[in-house]
Design a protein around this ligand. Sequence first.
Ligand SMILES: NC(=O)c1ccc[n+]([C@@H]2O[C@H](COP(=O)([O-])OP(=O)(O)OC[C@H]3O[C@@H](n4cnc5c(N)ncnc54)[C@H](OP(=O)(O)O)[C@@H]3O)[C@@H](O)[C@H]2O)c1
Length: 339
Amino acid sequence: MSGLLSGLFDSVLDASVVFSFGRSGFRRHARRFDPGDLEVDLSGKTAFVTGANSGIGKAAARSLARLGARVVLLCRDEARGRDALGELRRETGNRRLELVRLDVSDLGDVRRVAASLAGEPVDVLVHNAGVLPDRRVTTPDGLELTLATNLVGPFLLTGLLVPALERAGGRVVHVSSGGMYTQRLDVDGLFRGGPDPFDGVVQYARTKRALVVLNELLAERLSAGVVTFSAMHPGWADTPAVRTSLPRFHALAKGILRSPDEGADTVVWLAASRAAGRPSGLFWFDRAPAATTPLPGTLERAEERGRLWEALVGAAGLDPAAKGPRGAARGRKRRTRGS
Ligand SMILES: NC(=O)c1ccc[n+]([C@@H]2O[C@H](COP(=O)([O-])OP(=O)(O)OC[C@H]3O[C@@H](n4cnc5c(N)ncnc54)[C@H](OP(=O)(O)O)[C@@H]3O)[C@@H](O)[C@H]2O)c1
């Protein structure tokens, strides 16, 4: 096939979504990957991966450990974390795998863990943990659970680790979702507790849209290019989250889903490859920059982006871009609210 024809064919398949987000899309896109990109030695580097006991996070942690990095698994459940730690140590032979307990949705927990990591080099921080609950749950901090896990917790963790990231010239990778394409940034909707009546799929997609915008804002506002911020989406991978949160989708699509390793490939590439992640602030899919607003009506106004930053600063009690006292974390009073 001529280059022009095969390019046209690729565009048609990519527009189909199914043949792009699924396994066949990964394999087609992988033909243009440079295998040399991941011939790197990460033995001097430390990588932190949230939600590393399962699915894409575990696959990314395994690959980073195989490349020699010291990998810290940030997991909310001690027992599941320990199981993953043992398995990954056995599989990779890397003894520099560690486990730290962290519930990303709990802002007090994020502060506790960030304080304990204050002196560490943070070469890589992968915000992988994510949830898609089917009902509204409110965290003790008064935030809807999807928002707390997928957006506010990661924002606070990054904010508190900025000095450590800057010391290392680090990379931050935000794991978003192709589902974000369906939603325009809606700050009020996000922070009001999600759609009413609650729709977990819409709230999830809104948090993932906001994560992509946050990635751009972090690149614009923080660290003057010293830290590289990237967002990506993994396509559709067969993981526990898809099986339990989207059972009907899983039943229909299971034959075409990517493996967790295929879903994690761009995370690992962004975290490890010399070629990856520049310029900072981009959205990636299968090792290539991806459009963020291909669907009509999904481009946000500049003012809405500013409102996202303000809302996150308010919810997290931290402005990582502020110099002086505003940049310091304020202890937020914990509240308990019914869900
Ligand atoms: N699979 C896909 O097709 C797909 C598509 C688009 C985007 N993604 C994104 O990829 C990421 C990984 O998902 P996955 O598909 O690999 O699902 P998964 O296997 O269920 O992994 C999700 C991970 O997040 C952890 N987690 C959830 N809430 C947490 C919290 N509050 N604190 C710390 N960790 C928490 C889970 O821990 P537990 O095991 O303790 O629950 C688990 O380790 C998510 O951000 C998801 O939105 C996945």
